[in-house]
Design a protein around this ligand. Sequence first.
Ligand code: DC
Length: 247
Amino acid sequence: MIIAIDGTSASGKTTLARRLAARLGYLYFDTGVMYRALTLAGLRQGLDMSDEPGLSLLAEGITIDVTSPTASDGRPCTVLMDGEDVTWAIRSPEVDDSVSQASIYPGVRSALTLQQRRIGLRGRVVMVGRDIGTVVLPEAELKFFMTASLEARARRRHAELTLLGETVGLAEVERSLAERDRIDSQRAVAPLRAAPDAVVIDTTELPAESVLALALDRVAARERTAPAEDARGPAGPGVSGGAQERK
Ligand code: DC
């Protein structure tokens, strides 16, 4: 089975995907790291984020590898950019502020989407991003779309950055998230959007354990039944949608 998880920044996609993948013995693959690694490479080369030809060329030439963790420092995976370990470097506020802009270009997206699709089609994967259920792997058997209030998401991201030793303020984190959401959802190619058959989860009030529990319910329902009958899984607080429910 291919499980697609899309949604706004800091909505809990990564937490759910990691836990789901661990429980199911699936590969966890966060496609955001590819856009982040490309952005880091562009910033280091002094490219302006408005340089579409430069960034597209970079995307075609760069080698981004995502492997299982190579260090026990809390990383969910190791990210290699042309062989260099950039797992933590891609989480800096500078990359946060530039990555959405670098991600709007068709040339960048087609180069990275191709690699993502190749990995996803092997199956037994939980793939996280903005356009997995709509563009990268629309054939995914199960799709989740996660969201939460801007305030809740800013609090979470701020806590993560503080843990990484960054001293950015909460208001600045909130501003940065709002701006990324705006760019991600308004871009012309593969905008952030729920697939029509996605199960929408609002995590504002839901603890991570509850989110995992309801996702596992959906997986079990999906495994038990044929797609056409697959249905009416338990919808709890914060849960809505899903083509299965409408059938
Ligand atoms: O999930 P994240 O915050 O690491 O993603 C960083 C950026 O990468 C996000 O703002 C938009 C872009 N992205 C994308 O356009 N498509 C994806 N499938 C994943 C990420």
